[in-house]
Design a protein around this ligand. Structure first.
Ligand code: SAM
Length: 357
C-alpha cells in the first residue's frame, strides 16, 4: 500500500520559522543566565545606550565576548540596538524583568532554574526508558537556588498580603501565636517570610533534602528569625509534632511520590479547626487548558524535574506540575480533608485550602 502525503508549503515554511525561533531561544537561555551571573543586564539597568566596550569596562569583562552577547540579546529582543550610534539599550520595562530581583515581574531566576534543570538531560534519557525517577537532590544546585530566588519573589508579592488572609481564620491564629509546618520547604523562603510577618508564631520547615535544610538554617539565621523558625530533615509523611494551626505545601505537593499519604499525615497533625494549604502552579484540569506559554514552561519543568522527582519516591503518583485543581482536590480528599476550596489564585498559582470535616 502506498500512502501519499501532501505537504502544504506555506505550513512547512511557517513551522520552519517557528522552530528557528525556538532554537534561538534555546541557545539564548544559557546566555541570559550568563548575563545575570556577570551583571551584564544590571549594568544596563539605567536605560542609557552602551557600547560593548562600555559594558565590558563596567562589568570587568572582555569587549569581544560582550559584543557577541549583546548581538544575540538584540536579535532576541531582550535589548534594543541603535545602529546610528552602534549602541545597545535595555529599556526600563525589560530591566524590571531581567535586572531587578526586587521587581514583582522579575523572571531572571527562572532562567537560572531552567538552565540547571536541563542539565539532567542525559540521565533523563535513561529514565524515560527505565521508568525510574530523578530526585530533587540529584539535580544541579542551580535548581535549588533558582527556585528559592524565583519563588521568593512570588511569595514576597502574594503570600502575606493575599494568600494567608484568604484562608479561614489563619491570620488571627498566627497573630495570636500559632504553630506552622512548611512541608517541602526547600531553602525556606516561605517559612522565613511568614516568620517575619508573625513574630508571635513558631514555624517548622521540613524537607527530605539535607542540603536544602542546611541552607534554610543559614537563611533563617541571616534573616534574624532563628528564634522562631527551625528546619528539620523529614519526609512529607514523617515529620513530627502535632497541633499545627497551619500545614502548608508551597509548590511541593505535586512533587511528592505519595501526596495522599502526605495529606493524611497533615490531617493527623493539624490542630482542631486547623488549615492545610496548597500553593500550586496554576493549571486547568484538561491538557488543552494548559497549552499556552505558561503551561509550556510548567510542562517543561514538570518533565525535567517534578514528574521524575515524584517517580523517584515510593508511591510514584506523578501528579505533574500541571496537576490542576480536580486532581489536587481528589488527593486531599483521599487523605481525609472533607472541605477543599480554591481560596485564591494568581496568573501563576492556585491556592487551595483544605479543612477537616
Ligand atoms: C519545587 S521545590 C519547592 C521548595 C519550596 N517549597 C519553595 O517554595 O521554595 C519542592 C521541594 O519539595 C521537596 N520534596 C520533594 N519530595 C519530598 C518529600 N517526599 N518530603 C519532603 N520534601 C520533599 C524537595 O526537596 C524540594 O525542596
Amino acid at each position: 500500500m502506498t500512502i501519499t502525503t501532501t505537504i502544504d508549503e506555506r505550513k512547512l515554511e511557517e513551522f520552519v520559522g517557528h522552530v528557528a525561533t525556538e532554537l534561538g531561544a534555546a541557545l539564548n537561555a544559557a546566555l541570559v543566565t550568563l548575563g545575570d551571573e556577570l551583571g551584564l543586564y544590571r549594568a544596563m539597568a539605567d536605560g542609557q545606550p552602551v557600547t560593548p566596550a562600555d559594558l565590558a569596562t563596567r562589568t570587568g569583562t572582555q569587549e569581544r565576548y560582550v559584543r557577541e552577547w549583546l548581538n544575540v540579546q538584540a536579535a532576541s529582543g531582550f535589548v534594543l540596538y541603535d545602529a546610528a550610534i552602534e549602541a545597545y539599550v535595555l529599556p526600563p520595562e525589560h530591566a524590571l524583568v531581567l535586572a531587578d530581583d526586587t521587581s514583582p515581574v522579575s523572571m531572571i531566576a527562572d532562567f537560572e532554574g531552567a538552565n540547571a534543570a536541563v542539565a539532567v538531560r542525559e540521565q533523563l534519557v535513561e529514565r524515560f526508558v527505565s521508568g525510574e525517577g530523578v530526585g530533587w537532590h540529584e539535580h544541579h544546585h542551580g535548581l535549588w537556588h533558582g527556585t528559592e530566588r524565583s519563588f521568593g519573589i512570588n511569595y514576597r508579592t502574594h503570600l502575606v498580603a493575599e494568600w494567608l488572609p484568604a484562608l479561614h481564620g489563619v491570620v488571627a491564629r498566627l497573630q495570636a501565636g500559632g504553630l506552622v509546618a512548611d512541608v517541602g520547604c526547600g531553602h525556606g523562603a516561605s517559612t522565613i517570610l511568614m516568620a517575619q510577618a508573625f513574630p508571635a508564631s513558631r514555624f517548622v520547615g521540613f524537607d527530605y533534602h539535607e542540603a536544602s535544610i542546611a541552607t534554610a538554617r543559614e537563611r533563617a539565621a541571616e534573616a534574624g528569625v532563628a528564634d522562631r523558625v527551625s528546619f528539620e530533615v523529614a519526609g512529607a509523611a514523617e515529620y513530627g509534632g502535632d497541633g499545627y494551626d497551619l500545614v502548608a505545601f508551597f509548590d511541593s505537593f505535586h512533587d511528592l511520590g505519595d501526596p495522599v499519604g502526605a495529606a493524611r499525615h497533615a490531617a493527623q497533625v493539624l490542630a482542631p479547626d486547623g488549615t492545610c494549604v496548597l500553593v500550586e502552579p496554576y493549571a486547568g484540569d484538561r491538557v488543552e487548558d494548559n497549552l499556552n506559554p505558561l503551561g509550556r514552561v510548567y510542562y517543561g519543568f514538570s518533565t525535567l524535574v517534578c514528574t521524575p522527582g515524584s517517580l523517584s519516591q515510593p508511591g510514584r503518583a506523578a501528579l505533574g506540575t500541571q496537576a490542576g485543581e480536580a486532581r489536587l482536590r481528589e488527593a486531599l480528599q483521599a487523605g481525609g480533608f472533607g472541605t477543599v476550596r480554591r481560596a485564591a489564585e494568581t496568573p501563576l498559582n492556585l491556592v487551595l485550602e483544605a479543612r477537616l470535616p
